[in-house]
Design a protein around this ligand. Sequence first.
Ligand SMILES: Cc1cc2nc3c(=O)[nH]c(=O)nc-3n(C[C@H](O)[C@H](O)[C@H](O)COP(=O)(O)OP(=O)(O)OC[C@H]3O[C@@H](n4cnc5c(N)ncnc54)[C@H](O)[C@@H]3O)c2cc1C
Length: 386
Amino acid sequence: MNPDIGQDGEDGAILDVIDRFLRVEVRPHVKRLEHADEYPTAIVERMKEMGLFGCIIPVEYGGLGLSTATYAAVVARIASVWMSLSGVINSHLIMAAAVLRHGTEEQRRELLPRFASGALRGGIGLTEPDAGTDLQAIRTRAVKDGDHYVVNGSKTWITNSGQGGCIALLVKTDPVVEPRHRGMSLFIAEKGPGFVVSRKLQKLGYRGIDTCELRFDDYRVPASRLVGGVEGRGLQQVLGGLELGRINVAARGLGVATAAMQDAVAYAQQRKTFGKPICEHQAIQLKLGEMATRVEAARLLVQSAARAYDRGERCDMEAGMAKYFATEAAMENALECMRVHGAYGYSPEYDVERYFRDAPLLLIGEGTNEMQRIIIAKQLVQRNPA
Ligand SMILES: Cc1cc2nc3c(=O)[nH]c(=O)nc-3n(C[C@H](O)[C@H](O)[C@H](O)COP(=O)(O)OP(=O)(O)OC[C@H]3O[C@@H](n4cnc5c(N)ncnc54)[C@H](O)[C@@H]3O)c2cc1C
């Protein structure tokens, strides 16, 4: 069973190619790369050849031009085999979406073909040591100097920033203006003098992919890289991208929840206790029933949010619901899958322990699940005035 979002026609053909790629070129290498925390260089090269770095970039800019619904299906499939691998394209494409939606035509023509081919890869640089959820508290500063801005400050937990060549960098261009978001701007910052990758971070899961601390020491970024060419719009540009980011993360959750369910179903038919396969014990059947229901509900929520996004509708509530539910489903299914496996679930010989280490990230990234429920509630009130 694949974590299908329900595609057919040409998109179905793309999903078949992805399935074969995952089966033949990815799955056999996952355990070794993940346990060694080794960047999957050869696999990333193949992803470039397949055009995956341009999944949602329109064809006119060199991308595959997939709908968000198909993209979510691609992400869910990749995450069902190795969640880290979906991270290589996810934040890269949030950066691309910021340029696509908010960049000038000149920025689109210059950057999107390079992003689509994977020649220039990257992610999003928002979080700082003292500012994650409260992004308006960031302190990294950019000061205009002729046709450049000079950047000083630091970022942390930035995925794809070690192996990638650039990031969408959120800075303060005016640190005193109120409201604070009016002083925030977004740049596409390519590596160069003063852009320092200070440390690769150790992680519980999501290994093999680079998540780093960055420092900016008088780093000069051309003013032509200010997204949209206007200061003060960075936070809105980033928050708009987070709808797509939440659908990404929800799709990853769907992938991990599906993999955990599939492994549990397979193991429960092989393992025998008291003379029969454990899938015939009611306690295990209850777990399998709950796991499958979570997967199906997550699939429908991801599909609904992705389709709303494709229709150009405001979908922060739908994306929030999908992100919240599908990622909690991943965590719960990973734990239940571990229980079904007994002691073997605790062994690195099986994939279960990886699902259990990967899933918690999904509860945190692209807005914590606490924040998702607050966003859902606020939208609920706004859409239903008394
Ligand atoms: C592996 C990994 C990869 C990452 N990759 C990236 C990346 O590529 N780019 C990037 O910019 N960031 C990245 N992050 C950072 C991630 O986005 C932040 O960790 C996340 O936004 C939460 O911020 P924080 O960790 O500072 O938590 P905090 O903001 O300090 O929150 C701590 C707790 O308080 C709660 N909380 C905070 N404010 C409120 C409130 N108003 N109401 C209720 N509860 C609240 C939160 O829900 C959470 O439970 C990554 C993180 C990890 C672990």
